[in-house]
Design a binder for this molecule. Structure first.
Ligand SMILES: C[S@@+](CC[C@H](N)C(=O)[O-])C[C@H]1O[C@@H](n2cnc3c(N)ncnc32)[C@H](O)[C@@H]1O
Length: 241
């Protein structure tokens, strides 16, 4: 993400429904784990700190973050969200068995070697520790899946792939986790803010609009595409240990 995108996200992460709804969902789950207040918790792909804000609100004293971007580290420091290390999820700068819980929201989809990322997460988790991952889910139907992946990569050139639920689970199992899909939901996407949030170039915005406009009815129906380009897609939460 570029500097301007971080600035926009830093501005809206406290109040925008995208972040507040997810913090609500996460908060309920994490509270159910009955972790000690001094449990060590790592948020990977911290960006401007939405999950660190949540951990603080839940009363945890040892939440920390990791992000590849120096901008992200700077924003979190400016907001007083605690320690955020600059680094790569595929080579985590932490000792084995360091964390009780690892959070990874909307980050693994951006990583080329997702298997390496999950193995690293496994390595730094304490025995019995847990991972909560939220990401977009691909579609089991090839046609529907093709349109989703095309829209995603037009919107964000760093997008790699939205995996299907079975692909996610296989990936987690391959990294040594016992994983399950904890929940799935339809995520309504407001087109204007979706592209504005990440500063999608104008020609790519036009490309997504054209993609939706010329898509078969089956595709437009499934994704509930609206005249302004807004749509719905699938998100999932994986709970692994
Ligand atoms: C879409 S943002 C997600 C931010 C936040 N977790 C959320 O859910 O809103 C993805 C973040 O992951 C970071 N990121 C991407 N690849 C990474 C990698 N290989 N290692 C660590 N962070 C990475 C990016 O710098 C960016 O800040």
């Amino acid at each position: 993400m570029d500097s301007a995108t971080y600035a926009i996200e830093a501005d809206v992460e406290a109040t925008h429904w995208w972040f507040t709804e997810r913090r609500w969902l996460f908060g309920r789950l994490i509270a159910g784990f009955a972790l000690a207040r001094d449990a060590r918790i790592l948020d990977i792909g911290t960006s401007t700190g939405t999950n660190l804000r949540l951990l603080r609100e839940l009363g945890f004293t040892r939440g920390e973050g990791l992000d590849a971007s120096a901008e992200a580290v700077r924003w979190c420091a400016e907001k007083g969200y605690g320690k955020v290390t600059q680094g790569d999820v595929c080579a985590l700068p932490f000792d084995d068995a360091s964390f009780d819980l690892v959070l990874a929201t909307d980050i693994i989809e951006h990583v080329d070697d997702d298997g390496a990322a999950l193995r690293e997460i496994r390595r730094v988790l304490k025995p019995g520790g847990r991972v909560l991952m939220i990401d977009i889910a691909g579609n089991d139907h090839p046609l529907l899946d093709t349109y989703l992946q095309a829209a995603e990569v037009l919107r964000d050139a760093s997008h790699v792939r939205d995996y299907r639920a079975d692909e996610w689970l296989a990936m987690f199992r391959g990294a040594g986790f016992d994983a399950q899909v904890q929940s799935r939901w339809r995520l309504p996407i407001d087109f204007e803010t979706w592209v504005e949030r990440i500063r999608t170039p104008a020609d790519s915005v036009a490309g997504i609009r054209a993609l939706w406009a010329h898509a078969p009815d089956e595709v437009r129906g499934y994704y509930a595409v609206q005249p302004d380009g807004s749509f719905e897609h699938d998100a999932l939460l994986i709970d692994a240990r």
